[in-house]
Each structure stands twice: as C-alpha cells, then as structure tokens.
Design a protein around this ligand. Structure first.
Ligand code: MRU
Length: 345
C-alpha cells in the first residue's frame, strides 16, 4: 500500500517480520498517526490480535503465522503458543487456516514468509479479477475495512478499486463508517485518501438512502468466513447492506482469498460469531454515549445468506454462489491451500 509520509509516497505492509520481531502498523492509532507495534513473543501476538492492533481476516492469519514461527525461534512451548493465538478471535477463518499451515510446516519462518507472500500475491489477483467488474465512473459502496491494512498489501474489497483507479476509471467510493469501531471512517478512508481515490464517509444508516436513489452502482465487501453454500460472515451491518442492495437490483460482490473459505461448514448458521466488549458501543473516542446505567450488545459480525451474493471475487476467478463447487476443486488442486489440514473451533 502506498502511504504519504512527509510528502513522499512510500510502500508499507500491514504486517512484517524484521530483526526477530513481528511488526504491525498499529491500526488503533490510525488515521491520527502511523505507529509501529512490535510483538516479541506469543503473548504479545495474542494481545495484538485480540486488541485489534491488527485486524482483518487475512492480516490476522499472517500475524499468527509469523508469530508462531517467532515463538518457535524463541524456544516457547508451542502447544501453549498455539492455544493462546487460536483463542483470540473466533470468526475469521484465516486465523485457523494460518495456524494449521504453519503447524504443518513445523513453525518454520521461511514458511511464514511464504504464507505472507502468497496472501499478498493472491490479493493482487483478486484486484485484477475484480477490476473487470468495475466500469468507468462507477460508484462503489464498501463496508468496514477490507484494504491493505486487513491483508498485508492490496486488500480484498479495495484491491479492485486500487487497480480501477490506477487505470483511470474515475471511481467514487461510499465508505460506510462502520460502527462501533469505525474501521470504514478511520481505516478505509485513510487508505483511499493515501492513493487519491475519491470517496465520502457515510453514516452506516445512510447506505440505503443512496442505494434507493440509484447512486450506488455496485457493492464490494470482504469476508471473515465463507461456508460451502456461499453464506458468509463479515463485519456487523454487512447483512443489511446486502438485503438493501438486492432490493434495489445492485450487484453485491464479496472479495476474499481461498484462505477465508471454510468448506467444512455447510452454511452460515454454524459460523461462530464473536461478541466484543460493550464498551466499544458505549464509548466513542473515550466519551461515553447514553445513560450511565445502560448496557450495550456488541456482535462483531453478522451472516449474509448466499442468495444476496452476486458473486465471490477470488484469486481463482469470479464465482456465483452456486458455482463454489468449481472453486473448491480448483482450491483442492492448489498445493498451497490444499496441504493445510482443516480443523476449527
Ligand atoms: O473486526 P475486524 O475489523 O477484524 O473485521 C474485519 C472485517 O469484517 C473485514 O471485512 C474482513 O475481515 C475482510 S478483510 C480483507
């Protein structure tokens, strides 16, 4: 991802390994400042994932892979290290895929680097396939942050937009603010701004207004877990956007790499949904909302049934939900994806 630092465009990754340390752009601090968080052991990796220093399904996976390879180099107890990281966040399938991958490769740092490079290369492919779906002057709506910060580089939902922009397609992006943690307003808007992509942040509940007025041509979102029938979990609020897009005849695309597909689960009802602290809903930038005695509920994700999905944009191509069997057979022949034993929470 290109980032403007002191007037100079620099290339940054969301996660990398350097001098025996896993380094993460601290996503809690954006957009105010770019700060690097350093994790030196599996406790610090688990903290970083749970506290959302790093977030977004593929980036969580890459952090886990680097973190476990680092833990092995540190001489940590690997059963404990795996357990600690396994229990951080339950919904994103990439976490479990990455843990199983690095475990199957003996926690080797070379394999962790390969995992990171694969995920980044695959997200570029998602960008290329997704770009084909974007016409000139398209107005695109996205929810949460499925950008380079959520992957390592490129992004999933944002990768096609980056390429479309580079090709001069003159796109405009509606960025849902994404309460309660504001990943859209804080992170997606920041990423788009760094690359000069035209956008506007909208309140989450304004999306239907623009869709009904036909001011949105297509929706592209990421995913945290996609099941065999094409149901998928993504940031809370995604379901509503999909229903409203369907109601208004607006194509709704889900961009994700193979590592987000959990073919061991038949449908979305079996996806574990993370419930986070009520404080995330009750406070905004440290100020409390609502009466002192009120409580809040805070599911971090929702499940969208496959009937609302126009197609999945993956590194293997673009697939309608009913064609996911074809995608699975391509994935089964893909050595990088195939060799990983599936076992989840
Ligand atoms: O809670 P978060 O910020 O980790 O949730 C992130 C999302 O819901 C993203 O859309 C998803 O992980 C895809 S990221 C390429």
């Amino acid at each position: 991802m290109k980032v403007n630092i002191d007037g100079e465009l620099r290339h940054l990754f969301a996660v990398w390994y350097e001098n025996d340390v896993v380094k993460l752009i601290d996503q809690r601090k954006l957009p105010e400042r770019i700060e690097v968080f350093e994790a030196r052991n599996s406790d610090e990796i688990a903290f970083a994932i749970k506290d959302m220093v790093v977030r977004g399904a593929p980036a969580i996976g890459v952090t886990a892979a680097y973190g476990l390879a680092m833990a092995k180099k540190n001489g940590e107890n690997m059963d404990e290290a795996v357990q600690k990281i396994w229990r951080t966040r339950p919904t994103a399938f990439d976490l479990f895929k990455a843990i199983n991958y690095i475990k199957a490769n003996n926690f080797d740092m070379g394999s962790a680097r390969r995992y990171a490079n694969e995920i980044s290369g695959r997200s570029k492919k998602i960008g290329e396939f997704g770009n084909e779906l974007i016409g000139k002057n398209s107005r695109i709506l996205t929810h949460c942050n499925a950008g380079a910060l959520a992957v390592v580089d490129w992004g999933t939902a944002l990768a096609p937009m980056r390429i479309a922009h580079d090709q001069g397609k003159n796109i405009f992006v509606f960025v849902d603010e994404t309460r309660p943690r504001l990943q859209g307003a804080k992170l997606t808007a920041w990423e788009l701004g760094q690359e000069g992509i035209e956008h506007a942040i909208i309140a989450d509940n304004a999306a239907g207004y623009y869709m009904r007025r036909k001011e949105v041509d297509l929706v592209i979102v990421g995913a945290d877990r996609i099941t065999a029938n094409g149901d998928f979990a993504n940031k809370i609020g995604t379901y509503e956007k999909a229903v409203v897009a369907h109601e208004n005849g607006i194509p709704f695309y889900v961009a994700a790499p193979g590592s987000t597909f959990d073919f061991s689960i038949p449908d979305g009802d079996r996806i574990p949904i993370e419930e986070r602290s009520e404080d995330e809903v009750l406070t905004v930038n440290g100020s409390r909302l609502g009466p002192e005695r009120s409580h809040a509920k805070n599911p971090a994700f929702d499940v969208t049934p496959h009937k609302y999905v126009t197609a999945f944009i993956t590194e293997y191509g673009v697939f309608r939900p009913e064609d996911l069997g074809r995608m699975k057979s391509l994935m089964d022949r893909d050595l990088f994806m195939k060799d990983v034993p599936i076992s989840t929470v």
